[in-house]
Write a protein that binds this ligand. Structure first.
Ligand code: 4AD
Ligand code: MG
Length: 432
């Protein structure tokens, strides 16, 4: 039967009487070997060019593949001038180098693999929540709230000067989190999730921060405590991870073999098969203080954990760790107050090599407490609608947000977050 393959040449090798091409059509990691009789004109065939091959699929006598395509005709659809093409056959390019050619990066083996895993991971996320009965909701990108209260918002306004005043008639931002909108939805639907772009004007150029990243947020009612929320988070991480390892097996293995640090695969196996650790913020601070000589800066109760602290804790426990019950001052206004009056029922999941992967909390559902909190922060006026949720049929609830790119970094062992998103945006960088 005649087979047609259209794709890009990933390697060319000439032997005495045949030419071997490896052509990849982008749908999987492995290219197909094409065998071309030397009498066929191959003058325009170069590494990187786009071809259409017609021929017969046969069993290969070579050791590296089961099947190959014996070409009957081969047409060059798009030539590629290898003298100036930034990627060269048999040359190792670093991920930093690839990133400098964002518009050509999907042609590389690493980035095309990444994009396929990203796709599978997105589907695994949706499948997980659908199976558990959550309703998928599009929370808005334009919003008037700064959910996290950190002031790291991008404010937007129309370009035309005359419309600046009138358009929304109030300061409007790109969303930093859809959580508050999800809380509105769960007031009627019980369980909901979103999965969309999120924007933070953080001035961080670090390996784990983007100005535009994707977040998966889930919100659910009738939780009986933080322990139950942690069960839900752990189950989600384990379920989507094993699903991706199955569906994207060869792409993920490629990362473990060529990109991730040694033993990364073992780490992921361990994550799937062990119970995540749990530690209160206060215990974490005690542990860090006992090891203070290892850190650049001392930590005292009330301080946020720094990257080096997170790294130390996950390394010491060699496992994902939930840190719970943070000082109220470290978490946003919505976190539910604990009985001690000092801490809140908030939780971060820290994972080895990446640090914070998920942030979540029980939400303050008690009208009196929320009213007082908003008054103390002088936010009462703008959050009357939020108090209404507590006035009319309030319910215990909570939720969390998972940074999708940080998750991919963790899964694949990629050290720079800019390498797990097709078009990274961060402070001073917004190409294309
Ligand atoms: O901890 P965060 O700020 O939590 C929230 O936004 C909550 N409102 C979520 C919720 O409860 N619905 O952000 C959640 C996660 C972080 O743990 C991290 O993985 C990721 O989002 N994240 C970032 N990822 C990449 N670049 C950044 N600048 C990020 N900031 C947060
Ligand atoms: Mg956080």
């Amino acid at each position: 039967m005649c087979y047609i393959l259209q794709g890009w040449v990933k390697s060319i090798r000439k032997s005495t009487d045949v030419v071997f091409l490896h052509v990849c059509d982008g749908t999987s990691l492995e290219p197909l070997q094409i065998v071309i009789d030397k009498t066929t004109s191959c003058s325009h065939l170069t590494y990187g060019c786009c071809v259409k091959v017609k021929g017969q699929i046969v069993e290969s006598i070579g050791q590296n593949q089961k099947l190959e395509l014996v070409a009957e005709t081969i047409d060059v659809i798009g030539e590629c001038d290898v003298k100036i093409f930034p990627f060269q056959q048999r040359t190792h390019h670093t991920l930093d180098y690839d990133r400098n050619h964002l518009h050509l990066r999907p042609k590389t083996k690493t980035h095309s693999s990444l994009l396929r895993v990203r796709n599978t991971a997105s589907m695994a996320v949706h499948q997980y929540y659908q199976d558990k009965g959550y309703c998928f909701v599009h929370t808005p990108i334009l919003t008037t709230n700064d959910c996290e209260g950190a002031g790291e918002v991008f404010q937007i306004q129309p370009m035309k000067k005359s419309e600046k005043e009138e358009f929304f008639r109030c300061p409007t931002f790109l969303t930093v989190s859809g959580q508050l909108h999800l809380e509105i939805i769960t007031g009627g639907l019980n369980k909901a999730y979103n999965f969309g772009p999120t924007f933070r004007a953080e001035n961080s150029k670090g390996r784990h921060h983007l100005a535009e990243f994707y977040m998966i947020e889930a919100e659910l009612c009738f939780l009986d405590g933080l322990d139950q929320l942690m069960e839900v988070m752990e189950d989600m991480i384990k379920t989507i991870t094993s699903s991706i390892l199955t569906t994207s097996h060869s792409d993920v293995e490629y990362f473990y073999e060529y990109i991730a640090p040694n033993q990364h695969k073992t780490l992921i196996d361990k994550v799937l098969n062990s119970k995540f650790e749990r530690m209160r913020y206060t215990e974490a601070v005690d542990l860090l203080q006992k090891n203070r000589q290892k850190f650049k800066v001392d930590i005292k109760w009330g301080d946020d954990l720094s990257k080096e602290h997170e790294k130390f804790i996950t390394k010491k426990l060699d496992c994902p760790v939930f840190i719970t019950d943070y000082p109220a001052t470290l978490k946003p206004f919505y976190a539910r107050a604990n009985e001690d009056g000092k801490t809140v029922a908030a939780v971060d999941l820290l994972v080895p090599e990446v640090g914070e992967l998920i942030g979540g909390s029980l939400r303050e559902e008690r009208l009196k407490f929320m009213d007082e909190k908003l008054k103390s922060l002088k936010l009462s006026e703008e959050y009357q609608w939020y108090l209404d949720l507590r006035r009319y049929g309030t319910n215990p609830h909570g939720g969390y947000g998972l940074g999708f790119e940080r998750y991919l970094q963790f899964l694949l062992g990629v050290s720079n977050i800019r390498d797990v998103i097709p078009f990274p945006r961060s402070s001073s960088h917004c190409q294309l």
